[in-house]
Design a protein around this ligand. Sequence first.
Ligand SMILES: NC(=O)c1ccc[n+]([C@@H]2O[C@H](COP(=O)([O-])OP(=O)(O)OC[C@H]3O[C@@H](n4cnc5c(N)ncnc54)[C@H](OP(=O)(O)O)[C@@H]3O)[C@@H](O)[C@H]2O)c1
Length: 258
Amino acid sequence: MDFKDKVVLISGATGGMAQEIIKILSKEDCKLAIFARREEKLKEISKNLSNCIYQKCDVTKPEDVKKAVGATLKKYGRIDLALLTAGVLVPFPIQTFNSKQIRDSLEINFMGNVYFIEQLLPIMKKQKSGTMAVISTLPDKRGVAGWGTYGASKAALSWLLESLRAEAKQRYNIDIITIKPGSVKTPMIEKFPRQGAISSEDAAKAIVNGIKKGKKIIEFPLMEVLLIKMKGLLPVFAYDLFPVEESKGAGFPQVDEE
Ligand SMILES: NC(=O)c1ccc[n+]([C@@H]2O[C@H](COP(=O)([O-])OP(=O)(O)OC[C@H]3O[C@@H](n4cnc5c(N)ncnc54)[C@H](OP(=O)(O)O)[C@@H]3O)[C@@H](O)[C@H]2O)c1
């Protein structure tokens, strides 16, 4: 994809990765429409950009999502690329297992994207072109102790995107891209530091370059990709031998048995 003059909608635009993506895309002369809940932050981000609209949008509210897509269309007349990045990471200790936490994560990480796709599909169908690039996560195939709610929401998202990809392309010329980052130093993982985490600048470059090259799945960084693929080959008994407290990683909250 050549980014020049393209209309790009971004959800979760106040996030660590999204802010770096915005910097790159503004240099590529894109017309930007950026959305998130923190309006002040959106205002600050858009301040020095020549072609950028912003609006408050909570992805758990279908009416907000509809307004965001509507505002983009009203301003620019089309939407070439939707970069859907909004997400939350919440530890999920087995001791306090509860359905509300799972529902909340699914509402943001899964349904938040579903609401956007619902609004974008008819527009891109009409245009007979468009790209939706959505951020899932690298470990989206096998469970990880302590992170069940995040993983479940992202696994559902990866499954949905993969299911839509071929049909969206063949019927309507719409590209669906699944972005699968490993660990990236953003506010999201501040409390959960990970060895080998890459900078948000490098993550943004990997994402933008992947879209430019027309990749269907953008996964990075390489070492983590290889590690996850190797883990994926392990039989269940071997996979279950990993010490669970280590799998949870640094920063995972200690919870006492009730
Ligand atoms: N960092 C990593 O290591 C990593 C790894 C794999 C995947 N990811 C995924 O990458 C994406 C970007 O994350 P990041 O690392 O850049 O994290 P981040 O800095 O925490 O950004 C996430 C953004 O999502 C927005 N958001 C959260 N809930 C929302 C809601 N209900 N409605 C609208 N926006 C909402 C937040 O904006 P507001 O608070 O302003 O609404 C926030 O700025 C996420 O989907 C994340 O799951 C991250």
